[in-house]
Ligand binder design. Structure first.
Ligand code: C2E
Ligand code: CA
Ligand code: CA
Ligand code: CA
Length: 278
């Protein structure tokens, strides 16, 4: 009775669990969240490890609902994907991220680039490049300052992924492979992609100085990046030990609680505009 089609329809049956009802409620509230201005973005700094310089920010979506409180993206993104809501949501995120960059520019902080997460559903039925260039044009942001983050599975599962990714490359936006190492992309395939950045997944960084396997994987990814001439950034860096390890092995960029949690746009401005002045 809980079987659910790709389009998100679900037939009610008396045996439906409380979980099913909870899900329906979540969908109903989510459907109206954008128009009710309950959706907003937080931004997490990406830094150059050895200088602490800001090299970019990643936009991370947030949902604050009066009934539900703050809902984690890991809870509502999958729901949005199932119910076909990820397209309008993803479009809003992209537009808001680009507007924010221009607004920081005007306030005197030039954030070098912004990374925005894309869901596999945003790759379905073509014209992602057209959407993205439309958003950039409207916001007045140069394509070189936008980097799209996709996971390996997005690339492996989207039908025309290679074509779509090449279209994005053609308009001048950057591409990063998110959570790298957790999927199963073939290296031969990776070589064909117009990718600039690999993001080492947090799960490999977590125990980097105590787990020999994690250490080996992280080092292998850094080496791979070097060989393919890609930039490598580590996510989930929480302590100095991890940062020192990464630097020692040639990974220059990182993101994580050691530097900053994801924060609102004004916090980015006050912290980094001040550091730029110093
Ligand atoms: P992700 O893209 O891998 O994003 C990184 C996640 O790690 C974020 O969680 C971030 O807050 C968290 N994080 C960053 N540094 C640290 C750290 O040092 N330690 C720990 N423990 N965690 C850290 P968040 O914001 O809850 O996002 C979770 C996931 O939701 C993201 O994982 C991404 O897959 C998805 N997501 C977030 N925003 C969007 C969006 O706008 N669109 C899409 N499609 N997915 C999004
Ligand atoms: Ca990401
Ligand atoms: Ca990630
Ligand atoms: Ca991750």
């Amino acid at each position: 009775a809980k079987a659910r089609g790709r389009n998100g329809y679900q037939f009610y049956s008396p045996s439906m669990s409380g979980e099913g009802l909870e899900r329906l409620r979540l969908e109903a509230l989510l459907r109206r969240a954008v128009e009710k201005q309950e959706i907003f973005l937080h931004y997490q700094p990406q830094v150059e490890i050895d200088t602490g310089r800001l090299v970019g920010v990643e936009a991370l979506v947030r949902w604050q609902n009066p009934e539900l409180g703050l809902v984690a993206p890991s809870r509502f993104i999958p729901v949005a994907e199932d119910m076909g809501f990820i397209k309008p949501l993803g479009q809003w995120v992209l537009a808001e991220a680009c507007r924010q960059m221009v607004s920081w520019d005007k306030a005197g902080l030039a954030v070098p680039k912004i990374a925005v997460n894309l869901s596999v559903r945003q790759f379905e039925r073509g014209s992602i490049a057209e959407q993205v260039s439309g958003v950039l044009r409207e916001a007045g942001l140069g394509p070189g300052r936008l980097q799209l983050e996709v996971t390996e599975s997005v690339i492996m599962h989207a039908g025309d992924a290679l074509q779509l990714v090449n279209d994005l490359d053609a308009i001048g936006v950057g591409l990063a492979i998110d959570d790298f190492g957790t999927g199963y992309s073939s290296l031969a395939y990776l070589k064909q992609l117009p990718v600039q950045t690999l993001k080492i997944d947090r799960s490999f960084i977590k125990d980097i100085s105590t787990d020999a396997n994690d250490e080996a994987i992280a080092v292998a990814i850094i080496q791979l990046g070097k060989s393919l001439n890609l930039s490598v950034i580590a996510e989930g860096v929480e302590n100095e030990e991890q940062a020192a390890f990464l630097l020692r092995h040639g990974c220059r960029h990182a993101q994580g609680y050691l530097y900053s949690r994801p924060v609102g746009p004004d916090d980015i401005l006050t912290r980094w505009r001040r550091e730029a002045d110093e």
